[in-house]
Ligand binder design. Structure first.
Ligand code: IPE
Ligand code: IPE
Ligand code: MG
Length: 230
């Protein structure tokens, strides 16, 4: 019954948008959407890795999301912490590596501790990598990279910037999916997405299931990537 999809992207980025609208449409608080959305991560990650994807970069909290009401921000941080802790509990079973990219300096000690534990404990896992963008902004990441390059006295170049990005060893996303209907990038992986294929869907993140993921893979498989050539 499974369709065979050729040309699977090695690295997929997902802008997991639409949790708030999903909950509001059900007469629930936005936080409920975040809870259901966070539970969807495991299902999509498992399906992606089983399909042959090696790296999933997931936009969980942007540098700009602090402008939301404190109650919502607190709930998002709490859920991220729960997710990371749950992950630490079953590391041995799933062989998935956890990475987190973003500015951790302003995160709570508890979240910082969970990030440290989850990344340390899974660093040798090989089945797939989940790279979580947390307090992440693509512009901020480029500025960080350039500052480091100048401090090190290196030449500023595309190559040196790439080497100073959080994703230096993870490479660039072949495909970026955005759920929730908005047709924008919202500061996600700006430098890395120069030649990424983009896939937008109106499906809200809590409703984005295996079948929807396969639609994105199928769309990708039909694209002709030219990277500026003919
Ligand atoms: C995405 O869902 C999750 C985060 C940005 C943290 P939203 O919370 O943006 O949901 P909508 O876009 O308001 O529906
Ligand atoms: C992008 O969604 C960030 C995440 C999915 C974490 P937003 O909901 O914050 O983006 P905008 O505000 O619609 O651009
Ligand atoms: Mg949104």
């Amino acid at each position: 019954m499974d369709k065979i999809i050729e040309n699977i992207p090695a690295h997929v980025g997902i802008i997991m948008d639409g949790n708030g609208r999903w909950a509001t449409a059900r007469g629930k608080k936005r936080s409920f959407g975040h809870k259901v959305g966070s539970e969807n991560v495991e299902r999509i990650a498992e399906h992606a890795f089983n399909s042959g994807v090696k790296t999933l970069s997931l936009f969980a909290f942007s540098s700009e999301n602090w402008s939301r009401p404190k109650e919502e921000v607190d709930e998002l941080m709490r859920l991220l912490n729960v997710y990371l802790k749950k992950f630490i509990g079953k590391i041995k079973k799933n062989d998935v590596r956890i990475r987190v990219m973003g500015d951790f300096s302003v995160l709570s000690d508890s979240v910082k501790n969970s990030i440290k534990k989850a990344t340390e404990a899974t660093k040798d896992n090989t089945f797939g990598t989940i790279n979580i963008a947390l307090n992440y902004g693509g512009r901020q990441e480029i500025v960080k990279a350039v500052k480091e390059i100048i401090e090190d006295g290196e030449d500023v170049s595309v190559e040196s910037i790439s080497r100073h990005l959080y994703t230096a060893d993870l490479g660039e996303p072949d495909l970026i999916i955005r759920t929730g209907g908005e047709l924008r990038i919202s500061n996600f992986m700006l430098f890395q997405s120069a030649y990424s294929e983009l896939y937008f869907t109106d499906v809200l993140w809590p409703d984005f299931n295996e079948e929807e993921f396969d639609k994105a893979l199928l769309s990708f498989s039909k694209r002709k990537r030219r990277f500026g050539g003919v």
